[in-house]
Design a protein around this ligand. Structure first.
Ligand SMILES: Nc1ncnc2c1ncn2[C@@H]1O[C@H](COP(=O)(O)OP(=O)(O)OP(=O)(O)O)[C@@H](O)[C@H]1O
Ligand SMILES: [Mg+2]
Length: 513
């Protein structure tokens, strides 16, 4: 007898349908044959399913049985198919009577005892089930809760093969999960860690620049001598990031779900991601890819922060590949298994020393680098990459008075409140569009929302000429000025806002050229 169940294969952060076909009762020696481009984890599925069936009180097939995962050209990866294979075997061997298998999309790993285990990409599967018009989705715990965030599809949580089988035959009732519960859980604010902005002494200009950058999701580069607090400040950015909107949160979760980070508990629900890859990171790990294209660091940082500490230490090739994603907020990856486009609207935070020894321009130390050394060091960061960084800020070494001061700096909480208020203004401005932050404005939106009068226009033109800035820098300055005005809660961009935005672009001239 032949039985078919719909399941899914992940392609980046989306899922494609895979039909699990089982034909039992064939002539020949009793054995399971698995075909349809399976990887090792899928091939091992047969053994797990065989044991799970036996341990659940079902009869494993006693004839030659072929399991086909269609379409054949799609690579099948991971242990998604244990549960649908087991259920299709039951149907094909007459042990699952009166079940309407065609109504469902099913995925899940099985333990030998028949208990289900969560799988990656549940959000993508929920979207697929909705697209296919399925009655519902059957998933293991954690995966099911995650999938229930998607509206318009019923998600049922099945904890074991036995329960799934009995639900499908109508023996036991199950209620679909309530999306409201999942949403509530998903929006619990991140637990405050020990790190707080109050621990940072001095560095007023740096604090302000970080506030502006986070408020509008602008890219920022911190330049300063060793021990001035650059890494310290960056690590505290998560404590002041605005809460993601529900749509942003779903996009963030889709990516992390596809990478398996939600089921392993690595992902904090309700928080924006903060990724800080080491400078030895490979191009694939940074951009995404692999035989089955999956998200890289830049996509895992979608709607959050990508922190590149010690920027010049990164391979130049890796940094250069960031140029296109930084501009387009998405990355295309082509591999033998197909091409996928992944979103990557991240905010870049980078830190570096001004020279190889780190003390160029420092009041307390003498710089020991030769001009050639300095030039070589800086040349690792290309002009086009710098051009995409909206705010360049110097973090000088602390004075002794600042260091000895017992007075705590401003805490994260009030800082976050100001950032949140500025971001809320942006949400209001961009309501009905896909954009949620000033840094993502298109050219037309800049014209509309960042209008400046002719006096300010002249001022900007003068600065552009003096600093030899590019057309891209022009737009980026206006976006930053918009954010500064939003922090000041004013509708119109005024001179102080524009001047502050310009000042954040002047450093690259003095330091880099
Ligand atoms: N502004 C500051 N307020 C309080 N402590 C600071 C500050 N700056 C530096 N420190 C102290 O110095 C240590 C090193 O700071 P941090 O790692 O942030 O320096 P950095 O600027 O990243 O240096 P490097 O260029 O060497 O990476 C911190 O752990 C902290 O103890
Ligand atoms: Mg550091």
């Amino acid at each position: 007898m032949l039985a078919t169940i719909a399941s899914a294969a992940l392609q980046g952060i989306d899922a494609d349908v895979v039909h699990v076909e089982v034909n039992a009762g064939e002539a020949g020696e009793p054995k399971l044959f698995l075909v349809g481009l399976p990887d090792t984890a899928v091939k091992e599925s047969g053994d797990r399913v065989y044991a799970a069936l036996g341990n659940t009180g079902f009869r494993p097939p006693r004839t030659r049985t072929t399991i086909n995962l269609a379409p054949g050209h799609l690579r099948k990866e991971g242990p998604f198919y244990d549960l649908p294979i087991a259920l299709a075997i039951l149907a094909a061997t007459g042990q699952l009577k009166s079940a309407t298998l065609g109504d469902w999309l099913i995925a899940g790993e099985l333990s030998l005892s028949g208990a289900t285990r969560p799988v990656r990409g549940a959000l993508a599967m929920a979207r697929l089930a909705r697209r296919l018009g399925k009655r519902g989705l059957l998933l293991p715990a954690i995966s099911a809760e995650e999938a229930s965030l998607v509206e318009g599809v019923d998600v049922y949580r099945v904890d074991s093969l036995d329960r799934a089988a009995r639900f499908l035959t109508g023996e036991i009732p199950l209620a679909p999960l309530d999306p409201a519960t999942a949403r509530r859980n998903a929006q619990t604010p991140p637990v405050d860690g020990a790190a707080d902005f109050s621990e940072i002494k001095g560095q007023h200009a740096l604090r302000r620049a970080i506030e502006v950058a986070v408020a509008g999701a602008h890219n920022i580069l911190m330049i300063g001598p060793p021990g001035s607090g650059k890494s310290m400040v960056a690590k505290r950015i998560p404590t002041i990031m605005p809460a993601p909107t529900l749509d942003e949160h779903l996009e963030i979760l889709s990516i992390h779900s596809a990478a398996g980070r939600t089921i392993s508990g690595e992902m904090t629900w309700g928080a924006r991601p903060f990724r800080s890859p080491h400078h030895t990171v490979s191009d694939v790990a940074l951009l995404g890819g692999g035989t089955i294209p999956g998200p890289g660091e830049i996509s895992l940082a979608h709607h959050g922060v990508l922190f590149l500490d010690e920027l010049p230490e990164f391979k130049r090739s890796a940094l250069e590949t960031l140029r296109q994603p930084l501009e387009e907020c998405e990355v295309s990856i082509s591999r033998s298994a197909g091409k996928v486009t992944l979103p990557c609207a991240f905010m870049l935070v980078a830190a570096m020393n001004p020279c190889p020894c780190g003390y160029l321009g420092d009041a307390k130390h003498e710089c020991r680098c030769s001009p050639t050394q300095i030039q070589r060091y800086r040349a690792r960061i290309s002009g086009p990459l710098l051009d995409r960084i909206d705010l360049h800020i110097e973090a000088p070494s602390l004075s002794l008075t600042e260091l000895r001061s017992e007075k705590p700096g401003e805490a994260s909480l009030p800082l976050r409140a100001r950032v949140q208020a500025a971001r809320s203004r942006q949400h209001g401005r961009f309501a009905g569009t896909k954009i949620t932050a000033n840094s993502r404005m298109t050219h037309a939106q800049i014209r509309k929302h960042c209008a400046i009068d002719s006096t300010l226009g002249d001022l900007l033109q003068q600065a552009m000429e003096q600093l030899h800035l590019s057309a891209r820098a022009y737009d980026r300055i206006l976006k930053v000025a918009r954010t500064i005005a939003d922090l000041a809660a004013t509708e119109k961009i005024e001179a102080p806002h524009l001047l502050e935005a310009i000042q954040y672009r002047s450093l690259d001239r003095t330091v880099f050229y």
